[in-house]
Structure formats: structure tokens, C-alpha cells
Design a binder for this molecule. Sequence first.
Ligand code: CP3
Length: 341
Amino acid sequence: MIKNDLFLRALKGETLDRPPVWMMRQAGRYLPEFMELKEKYDFFTRCQTPELASEITVQPIRRYGMDAAILFSDILVIPQAMNIEVEMKPNFGPYLPNPIRTVEDLDRVVVPNIQDSLGYVLDAISMTKEKLQDEIPLIGFAGSPWTILCYCVEGQGSKSFDKARGFCFTQPEAAHQLLQKITDTTIAYLKAKVKAGVNAVQIFDSWGGMLSPVDYQEFSWKYIQQIVDALKDEAPVIVFGKGCWFALKEMSQSGASALGVDWTCSAQNARYLTGGKITLQGNFDPARLLSPPEVIKNMVTQMIREFGKDRYVVNLGHGILPHIPLENAKAFIDAVKDYSE
Ligand code: CP3
């Protein structure tokens, strides 16, 4: 039994006194205690050492008391486990020295055994559950197959992922083979995470908004739906598609428990597109955390009024930015905790 189960109850659509709150990328660079560990250990060492990953996961909880924790890890541990080399270069971001560009490149891509290749994530979950003492739920996550393909093909971050889109449009068969391998791995991975103890899972489709609505169906949504189908009876599934408001209607009929929205879609439009029946999560502009704390508090209260306190999880519309003042992050969380009708 989880003591503070506001988040899980919001995912079920129950009536609550206030909505739950957490922040995407809440374990990160705006926290001095995170920066201390970042100086000592490189990125994948932090991911692969359960003691470090679990510590980083609970750091923001100790400081601010969010209603859910999200396991410290990365979406790119999946391609790594699939035999695609991934480096995290300081001040650059992800770098994949041998990107996938042809059907022949697919031969070296494997669907791995999860325990063998990603057992360290499962160990980090057990250790985090011990530290959390059932106070709040723990969220596990994965990237969407399309978003993972973006990095596998592009080889690094990008503003438009032209190579990834070009790969899909010039070699659709190879693209679908890669997407299916990623999907199969992701399903096994998320199932293992649930078994290891996470209470909900979130799928990050960070680059879904790069695709036209029609291409989104073919190259992204089809595979996310497979993941939702495979997971929904084991744990609540949240789908966050950045820039994907055009797909909200279809997403609301998918069996997902909640949908993430970014700040370019109004609460009213998101409710309209999803028929008012599904839990929504979002959508504070991450850069708005640069406003003074009083402004943040007023805007958060207004945001809750617009979404409504029920079937709602307060969050940012994308990950928190690195240079957010600590008191501003606190104002965001406190505004939700102080909310009353
Ligand atoms: O939310 C959390 O607090 C849990 C941890 C988490 C990380 N990455 C840690 C991380 C989560 C949920 C992610 C997801 C992730 N990773 C996404 C989807 C969410 C989104 O923001 O769109 C994506 C696209 C990635 C890929 C990735 N990892 C990029 C592009 C980068 C570099 C840019 C950046 O944000 O720094 C990373 C590195 C990364 N992942 C860091 C952290 C804390 C920063 C680097 C470091 O700590 O050394």
C-alpha cells in the first residue's frame, strides 16, 4: 500500500481534494545535490549504479515532496541494450558513433534479454522502492519507438531529425523493422520494470511532433498502441507526446490511463479533443519557471482551474530546464499542495 496515492488515484479518475504533482526530468541539473554527483560520476555510471540512480531519484522528493518519483535513467539505455553504442558527451548530449542508416545496419541490432542487459535498472528500482518506503509511487519510463529511432538514425540530437524522417520515407521497410525491434524490447523492458516494482509507466514521445498527423500514425502511434496494449493490464500507462495534440483524440481511445500535454495546447482544447473522460497531465511552459515565484503560484492555480482538479496530474509541458532557481521549482510544487477550491 502506498501512503500518498493521489497520483495513482488521479490516473484512475477518482475525485480528489487537489491534483497530484511531479515534474518531468525532476531529477536533474537544477539541483545542487545532483550536480555534486554529476561532477564525480559520468552519465552512464550514474544510470548503471543502483546506489547512485536510486539516490538521484529521491533527491527532488526530499527537497520538495512531489507526489510521485520518476526513476533516474535515460530513454537511450534501450538502444544501448540493443547493441547500438550510445555515448553521453558533456555539453553535447547523446552521441551514437555507428548510427543505423541501411537495412544491413539492422543485422547487428538485437532484441536483448532484459535481465542480462538492463538488470541494473531493475536493481535500481528495488533500491529506490526501499528508499521511498511506500510513501509515494514510483514511475518507470521508456522512449517511444519513434523517438528512439530518431536517435538511432540521426546519431545525435537534432532540431528537426531530417535523417530519421528521411530514413522512414526512403526505406520504410527497414524503418518498420527497426521500430518493431524497439517495440518488442520496450514491451519486455517495461513489463520487467513493473515486476521490479514501478507503480506506473510513462512513454516519452519527445519527437512525435516532428511527424505529420498521417506519418505519426504510421511511424509512431501504431507502435505506442502496441506498448499500451501489452502493459495496460499490468500498470497504468501515461503517454506523453510532445507536439502531438493532433493525435489526442485517438490517444484517448487507446487504453492509456493518462495523456501528457505540452504548453502549446490549451487545457480547454485538450479536454475537448479527449472528450473530458481521460486523465490529462501537464502543461506548464518549462520556461515559465523563470518567472518570479508569486507569478508561478498564480499561474499554477489558474492552470488547475482550467484543467479541473479531477482527472488531472499537474506537471510541466516538457522537462525542467537546467537553470531554474530552486525557490521557483518550490513555488510550482507548493502552489499545487496549497490548492483548494
Ligand atoms: O525525469 C527524470 O528526472 C528522470 C530522468 C530522465 C533523464 N532522461 C535523465 C537525464 C528521463 C525521464 C530522461 C528521458 C529522456 N532522455 C528523454 C525524454 C524526455 C525529454 O526530455 O524529451 C530524452 C529525449 C532523452 C535523451 C537525452 N538524455 C538527451 C537529449 C540528453 C541531453 C540533453 C539534456 O537534457 O541534458 C540526455 C541526458 C540526460 N538524461 C541528463 C539527465 C539528467 C543530463 C545529462 C547528465 O546528467 O549528464
